[in-house]
Design a protein around this ligand. Structure first.
Ligand code: ZN
Length: 378
């Protein structure tokens, strides 16, 4: 059994340790309206009826609990947050909340609705850390499918585009869970088969790639770079069909990635944290985090982390926020993670199951060390 002072030291270390946020997006350029702000607190974009607010959720409560003291100098009631926040401009909010997250390295997915966001150079000026970029595979493919020159020789055009992107990125990201799902034929298709599939697409199919053969192709092509490929797993907005997003269906692809020596990162994972932890234990090239889920769960994020820590090797679990738009998410995502991790580990130290020095070493790995090793951040 460890005494309470030692437990307190472990908690303090976890609350202050530098993080790598391995999947995150930039911040809004303009202060959002109240409805837009509330939309960004959850994964459902439909407006609520009268008498309801998205702040009345675990995410809303955690946001106000952690962010109001920093932005307004004192804690405010959940119902009062937006009115006070509307008086803070975005640059001030960014410069207050982003550095306070204690993130040394931000790995940004620039892929979605980026026109609403400040660019990665401006984010780098405000965040108090280093910025690295991911390449979203579907975005690269969809741009080429709109290009009359590229579409006639799609496989070669895609390879050239990935080579260009790989010069400036630390990894790739796929949203195939949103598109064809994971339960597809993951064998690598031939160039001829891919070109035939491209030729058969109608205008809508070229705008929004859902063809499983082409999706399999773009993932296999990214694997050739031996850089980490992030897969959105589990919860997301209503585009996700949960019946086709069980990560156990990635098995054949994970075997193929292992054979060529390419790491795969399973993002978010809720409610499949156990399946993902199992895959991390079974495949040496598989990593996971509980980003997005953790900030949506707020004070209950401890449960997602507890499930991940059943089987996931400690050298394969990482931190991400999946914050998008609101600098609040970048900050309170980090605080929720620190708090959840501290709650678990402090108890294990108090019970004598973990020595304090072991707890601190593992905390540093999960917070930053695993991601630095994986993404080759010096
Ligand atoms: Zn994301």
């Amino acid at each position: 059994m460890a005494d309470s002072q030692v437990c307190q030291q472990v908690r303090q270390h976890i609350m202050q340790m530098p993080l790598v946020d391995d999947h995150v997006h930039s911040c809004l350029a303009q202060t959002p309206s109240r409805p837009r702000f509330e939309e960004l607190l959850c994964e459902c974009a439909k407006p609520l009826g009268p008498g309801q607010s998205r702040f009345d959720s675990q995410a809303g409560f955690a946001l106000v609990r952690y962010c109001s003291p920093l932005l307004f100098g004192e804690r405010c009631a959940v119902a009062d947050y937006y009115d006070q926040r509307a008086g803070v401009d975005e640059e001030t909010a960014d410069r207050t909340l982003l550095p306070a997250a204690g993130v040394g390295d931000w790995i940004i997915d620039p892929g979605w609705a980026a026109t609403e966001l400040i660019d990665s150079d401006e984010f780098a000026r405000r965040c108090g850390g280093r910025v690295h970029l991911l390449t979203r595979l579907e975005t690269v493919a969809e741009q080429l499918l709109q290009d009359a020159g590229a579409v006639h020789d799609f496989p070669q055009a895609f390879r050239r585009a990935l080579h260009e992107a790989a010069a400036n990125n630390v990894g790739f990201k796929t949203i195939c869970a949103y598109r064809c799902g994971f339960d597809i034929d993951w064998r690598k298709p031939s160039d001829t088969a891919v070109q035939q599939a491209v030729d058969a697409l109608d205008a809508h199919g070229r705008e929004r790639l859902v063809d499983p053969q082409i999706v399999s192709f773009i993932v296999h092509e990214a694997m050739a770079f031996h850089k980490p490929i992030q897969f959105h797993v589990g919860l997301g907005d209503r585009d996700i069909d949960f019946r086709h997003s069980n990560p156990l269906d990635l098995r054949d692809l994970l075997v193929a990635a292992e054979n060529v020596g390419t790491p795969v990162v399973l993002l978010h994972c809720w409610p499949f944290e156990r399946e993902c932890g199992y895959l991390c234990q079974n495949f040496n090239n598989v990593y996971m985090d509980v980003g997005l889920a953790s900030y949506l769960m707020g004070v209950q994020a401890v449960d997602a982390l507890r499930r991940a820590l059943e089987l996931c090797p400690f050298t394969r679990l990482m931190y991400s926020s999946d914050a998008w738009g609101l600098p609040e998410q970048h900050y309170f995502g980090a605080m929720v993670f620190r708090r959840a991790f501290a709650d678990l580990v402090e108890q294990w130290v108090a019970d004598g199951d973990w020595l304090p020095a072991d707890a601190i070493r593992v905390a540093d790995l999960v917070a930053a060390g695993n991601a630095k090793r994986l993404y080759r951040l010096s």
